[in-house]
Design a protein around this ligand. Structure first.
Ligand code: ZN
Length: 101
């Protein structure tokens, strides 16, 4: 996942691993950072589930990550899970979410 966080107020790109407000408009970004950390954690759980060939769990964690932050990495993880087991999701839906990457 990107190590950048775009301020929703002014669109300035900030570091996500800082605890500082937006460098341009001073908006509080900590809630967004918390969401991003949770999304990365769900991606890690999805990868772990893929390693254990638990496609359903992988798809669930990928979906949770996607629902937190719609990132191409979450979509790739969901795609892999759905590709391995079509009952874990629709591969073409996840593929479209990757943005073609
Ligand atoms: Zn800002």
């Amino acid at each position: 996942m990107s190590d950048e966080l775009t301020c929703p107020a002014c669109r300035k790109v900030n570091d996500w691993d800082s605890d500082q407000p937006c460098v341009r408009c001073e908006a509080d970004l900590n809630t967004l950072r918390t969401i991003q950390v949770a999304a990365v954690r769900e991606q890690s759980r999805a990868r772990e589930a893929l390693r254990h060939q638990d496609w359903r769990a992988a798809a669930e964690h990928a979906a949770r990550s996607w629902n937190l932050v719609q990132s191409p990495e979450s979509a790739r993880l969901g795609f892999l899970a759905a590709l391995a087991d079509s009952s874990a999701g629709e591969p073409s839906l996840w593929l479209a979410r990757t943005g073609g990457n």
